[in-house]
Write a new protein. Structure first.
Lengths: 519, 304
C-alpha cells in the first residue's frame, strides 16, 4: 500500500478505544458542523458582502479541519466516534469519523469554496440585491447538512439533515429571479419530497422491525432477522424504499426528470454546487446504508444491486442521448450529470468490487462538473446571458481561460488518459472483470457505448465554442472583463482534475482504506 | 459515401447545434388542431419532434395512476407483516433504549417530562437540526413571498387598509382583548413548564404564535408593527437559535471530552432544574412563535 510510505503513518499507533478522545483533532468534525450551523444563523443578520466573507471563511476553515482529520484518521488506521453530548449512543447522538468520511468532507468543502468563487459574479448579478444575504445563508446550511450527512451514524439524524438539504437546495434554485426557476423549483421540490417521504417510510418500517436507529445496532438486528427469515418481506421493502428514495434524490435514471430544469436554469454557482455535491451526499448515504445498516451479505441476497446496476447502465446511455439532443449548453451539461451518476450506480451495482471505483467517480464528478458549469456561466457572459449554442459560437475564443477549463472538463468526461475521468472508467472496467460474466460484458459494453456517446456531444460542443468567426479573430485570454475569482477557481479546478487523473492511486488507496473501516 | 463523410464532418463541427430548429418559432407557426383533425403521420412527427402527443399524455396519466395504486397496495400489504401495534414483544418496545430513558431519565436529565429530556438532552443534536429546519423553512418563505415595498406602495396600502379595516367589529376586538393575554400567558406557561409537564418549546411556541395572529386579525397591521416587525422577528430568531447552537456546542464539547460541566441538573421537579432544557425550551418556543406568525403574515400580505 502506498499509504505505508507516508511518514506520519506510524505515529499514532497506540491502541485506543473508538470512544476515547486522545487527540484534539477528534473534535474537528464536530467543530466544522457546529461552526457551519452557527455561521448560517449569523448570516441572517449581516449584509450580503459580509455573509459572503463569512461563508468563504467557514468553507476554508472546514477544508483545513477536514484535511487534518483525514491525516489523523489515516495515521490512526481506524475510525473514531465522537459523542454529541454526555450520553453515548444509542441513548444520545454521535458522529462517526472514518477515512472515507473525512476525505469526502474535505473534498466537498474545497469544491463548494471553488464553485462559489467561480460563480460569484453571477450570484451578485442573478440574485436580487435584497435577497443575496439569504443566498449565502442557504449555502451555509446546505454545507452543514452535507457534512452532517457524511458524518452521521444515526438514521434519524440522517433524516433531519436530508430535510435541511432538500429545503436549502430548492431555495438556492428559487433564488435566481425568473419564471423558469420557479417552475424548476416546484418540480424539484415535488420529486425531492417524494424521495424524502420514501426514506421516511423506510426508516419507520426499519425501526419497527429492528427496534434501533443507530446504524451498528440496526445491522446486528438485521443480520439476525436475515438468518431467521423473520420479517423477510418488510426488510426487502425497506431496502427497495431506500434505494428508490435515495435514487430519486440523486437523479438516478428513471427519476431524473427534475434535474435538467433545476440544474440548467439556476445561477451557475448553484448549478455547480447542486450537481457536484448535493447529488453525491445521498449516494454516500446509500453506500453507508449498504455497508453499515444492512450489511453487504443481506444486500447481495436481496439482489437490489442488480437493479441499481441496470438503472446505472440505462442512465449512462439515455442521459447521454438526451444530452446529444439538447441545444442548450447548460441543459447539455445537466443531462451529462445524469449519465455520470449512472457511472456511480454502475460501480455500486458491481458489488464490493466496484465500490471503490464508485467512490472515486463521486470525487471526480464533484471536481469536474462544477468546473463545466462555471465555465458555461463565463461563456454566457460573452453571449449576453443566452444559453443557446447558436448564440455561443466562438465564445471560448472570447474567454480562452474558460475555454481551457471547459476542454479539460470535457476531455475528463469523455475519458482521455491523464484526465480524471479516464481513471474511473479504467477502474470500473477492471472491477467489472472480477464479477460474473454477464455483468462484466454488460458493464464493458455500456462503458464503451457511453464513452462514444460522451464524445458525440462534447466534441461538437467544443467545436462550436472554439469556432473562429468574424468577430472572434483575436483570442482574449480572460474574457472582456477579467473576473479574478473565476480565473483563480478555474485554475485550481484544472489542477485538481490533473491531480485526480495522475495521482489517482493515492485516492484509491484512501478510499479502499475507508471502505474497509465501514465493514 | 461523400455525403456520409460530409454529414459526419458537419456533425463533428457542431453544425446541428447551431442550425437547430428554433423551438419558439415552431410553436408560433403551427395552428393548434384538435386531436381528430390530425393525421397519424402528423401525430408521429409531433411525438418525435416535441417528445409528446395527446395519446402518450393520457396513457402516461393512466399508467401513473395504476403505478401509484400498485405501490400503495404493496406498502399496505407490507404493513400487514409488521409487528402488531403496542405489543410488548415488539422490537421497538423491548429495546434497551426505551427502558433506559424511563429508568434513568430523571437522574440523567433532571426533567420529569421524559419527552423534553429525550429531545433536548439525550438527542439534542437532532432537535437542533429540527429547529434549523423551521428556521430555513421560514427563510425560504421569506425569499419566495417577501417584497421590499417602496414608500409610495406602502402609503397606498396603508390607505387601503384603513378603508377596509373592521374598526367597528366590537365583538372581535373585545373577544381578542380578553383572549390574547390569556393565550399568551398559557403559551408562556407551557414553555416554562416544558421540563415538568407535557408541553415544551414546540407546543408553547405554537400557542404564542396563535395569540399573535389573533391580535393581528383584531387590531390590524399598524398596532402589531409597534411591537413586532421584520427586524424584531429577525433578532429574536437569531438570538434564539444562536443561543441554542452555542450552548449545545458547549454541552457536546464538554460531554465528548469528559470534562466537568458547569451546568447542573438541580432538583428534579422544581422550576429551575434540568440544566439546559429550560432555556432551550424558551429558545425553541420563541423560534416557533416567530415562524408561525411569519408564515401567516407572509402568506397574508407578503411582509412581516
Amino acid at each position: 500500500m502506498f499509504l505505508e510510505l507516508l511518514p506520519f503513518y506510524n505515529k499514532y499507533l497506540e491502541p485506543a478505544s473508538a470512544y476515547e478522545i486522545t487527540n484534539v483533532v477528534q473534535n474537528f468534525p464536530f467543530i466544522s458542523i457546529l461552526l457551519s450551523l452557527f455561521i448560517g444563523i449569523v448570516c441572517l443578520a449581516v449584509r450580503p458582502k459580509t455573509a459572503m466573507k463569512l461563508v468563504f471563511f467557514n468553507l476554508g476553515a472546514c477544508f483545513l479541519l477536514g484535511l487534518s482529520t483525514l491525516i489523523y484518521c489515516i495515521g490512526r488506521g481506524d475510525y473514531f466516534i465522537y459523542v454529541m453530548g454526555q450520553f453515548p449512543a444509542p441513548f444520545g447522538n454521535e458522529i462517526r469519523v472514518g477515512v472515507l468520511e473525512a476525505l469526502m468532507a474535505t473534498a466537498f468543502a474545497l469544491v463548494m469554496f471553488l464553485s462559489l468563487m467561480g460563480g460569484l459574479k453571477h450570484i451578485f448579478h442573478d440574485v436580487l440585491p435584497e435577497k443575496q444575504t439569504y443566498y449565502f445563508l442557504m449555502m451555509e446550511f446546505l454545507f452543514t447538512s452535507l457534512i452532517a450527512l457524511i458524518y452521521t451514524n444515526d438514521l434519524f439524524t440522517a433524516y433531519v439533515f436530508v430535510e435541511i438539504n432538500t429545503l436549502t437546495a430548492c431555495a438556492i434554485v428559487m433564488l435566481k429571479h425568473s419564471k423558469e426557476t420557479l417552475v424548476a423549483t416546484a418540480r424539484y421540490l415535488m420529486m425531492s419530497l417524494l424521495g424524502s417521504g420514501l426514506i421516511m417510510i423506510g426508516i419507520s418500517i426499519l425501526y419497527d422491525i429492528s427496534g434501533h436507529l443507530l446504524m451498528e445496532d440496526i445491522k446486528v438486528a438485521v443480520t439476525a432477522l436475515a438468518k431467521t427469515g423473520k420479517y423477510k418481506l418488510p426488510l426487502e421493502v425497506v431496502i427497495c424504499l431506500f434505494a428508490i428514495g435515495l435514487g430519486i434524490k440523486s437523479a438516478l435514471y428513471p427519476f431524473h426528470s427534475w434535474l435538467p430544469d433545476a440544474h440548467g436554469t439556476s445561477t451557475s454557482g448553484s448549478s455547480a454546487v447542486l450537481s457536484g455535491l448535493v447529488l453525491k451526499a445521498y449516494i454516500i448515504l446509500l453506500i453507508k446504508m449498504i455497508y453499515r445498516v444492512f450489511g453487504m451479505e443481506v444486500i447481495l441476497n436481496s439482489r437490489v444491486l442488480n437493479i441499481l446496476f441496470v438503472l446505472g447502465v440505462l442512465a449512462m446511455t439515455i442521459g447521454s442521448i438526451k444530452a446529444i439532443n439538447s441545444r442548450d449548453l447548460k441543459r447539455m451539461i445537466a443531462y451529462s450529470s445524469v449519465a455520470q451518476i449512472g457511472y456511480i450506480y454502475l460501480g455500486i451495482g458491481l458489488g464490493p468490487a466496484g465500490m471503490a471505483a464508485a467512490c472515486l467517480q463521486i470525487l471526480v464528478h464533484a471536481y469536474t462538473k462544477p468546473m463545466l458549469f462555471n465555465t458555461a456561466g463565463a461563456f454566457m457572459d460573452e453571449a449576453n446571458g443566452s444559453r443557446k449554442f447558436k448564440d455561443l459560437v466562438g465564445a471560448a475564443r472570447k474567454n480562452m481561460w474558460a475555454g481551457i477549463g471547459f476542454a479539460v472538463g470535457a476531455f475528463s468526461m469523455i475519458g482521455i488518459p491523464l484526465f480524471a475521468g479516464f481513471v474511473v472508467k479504467y477502474n470500473l472496467a477492471t472491477a467489472a472483470l472480477t464479477t460474473t460474466k454477464l455483468k462484466a460484458i454488460v458493464a464493458l459494453v455500456a462503458l464503451v457505448i457511453s464513452t462514444v456517446l460522451n464524445a458525440v456531444y462534447y466534441i461538437p460542443a467544443l467545436m462550436v465554442l472554439f469556432k473562429k468567426t468574424d468577430d472572434t479573430k483575436d483570442i482574449v485570454l480572460f474574457g472582456s472583463k477579467t473576473d479574478v475569482p473565476f480565473v483563480v477557481s478555474n485554475g485550481i479546478f484544472i489542477i485538481c482534475n490533473f491531480i485526480l487523473g495522475i495521482l489517482s492511486f493515492i485516492f484509491i488507496d484512501i478510499i479502499i482504506m475507508g471502505l474497509s473501516m465501514f465493514a | 459515401m461523400i455525403n456520409v463523410v460530409e454529414s459526419l464532418k458537419n456533425f463533428v463541427n457542431g453544425t446541428q447545434l447551431i442550425e437547430s430548429k428554433n423551438e419558439t418559432e415552431i410553436k408560433d407557426s403551427t395552428v393548434v388542431k384538435k386531436h381528430h383533425e390530425t393525421s397519424f403521420t402528423e401525430r408521429v412527427t409531433a411525438l418525435i419532434e416535441k417528445g409528446e402527443s395527446k395519446a402518450a399524455r393520457s396513457a402516461y396519466t393512466v399508467v401513473a395512476v395504476i403505478m401509484a395504486i400498485i405501490i400503495i397496495g404493496c406498502l399496505i400489504y407490507t404493513v400487514s407483516f409488521l409487528p402488531h401495534f403496542g405489543g410488548a414483544d415488539n422490537p421497538a418496545n423491548s429495546s434497551e433504549v426505551v427502558r433506559a430513558y424511563i429508568e434513568n431519565g430523571i437522574h440523567d436529565t433532571g426533567a420529569t417530562n421524559f419527552v423534553a429530556g429525550m429531545i433536548l438532552n439525550y438527542r439534542a443534536f437532532d432537535t437542533l437540526g429540527e429547529s434549523s429546519v423551521l428556521f430555513i423553512a421560514a427563510t425560504a418563505v421569506i425569499i419566495l413571498l417577501f417584497r421590499h415595498k417602496t414608500k409610495e406602495e406602502e402609503k397606498a396600502e396603508s390607505v387601503e387598509e384603513e378603508f377596509y379595516e373592521d374598526k367597528h367589529d366590537v365583538i372581535l376586538r373585545h373577544g381578542a382583548l380578553i383572549l390574547v393575554p390569556v393565550t399568551l400567558m398559557f403559551g408562556l406557561y407551557v414553555l416554562f413548564n416544558g421540563h415538568l409537564s407535557p408541553g415544551g418549546g414546540f407546543s408553547g411556541g405554537t400557542i404564542m404564535g396563535a395569540a399573535l395572529i389573533l391580535y393581528n386579525l383584531a387590531f390590524g397591521d399598524k398596532s402589531t408593527k409597534k411591537f413586532f416587525n421584520y427586524n424584531i422577528n429577525k433578532v429574536v430568531k437569531i438570538i434564539a437559535l444562536g443561543f441554542y447552537a452555542l450552548s449545545q456546542a458547549y454541552a457536546f464539547y464538554v460531554g465528548a471530552n469528559h470534562l466537568p460541566s458547569i451546568i447542573s441538573n438541580g432538583v428534579a421537579g422544581t422550576i429551575l432544574s434540568s440544566g439546559l432544557i429550560l432555556p432551550l425550551n424558551v429558545c425553541v418556543g420563541f423560534e416557533v412563535a416567530c415562524t408561525m406568525f411569519g408564515f401567516y403574515s407572509l402568506f397574508d400580505r407578503e411582509e412581516i
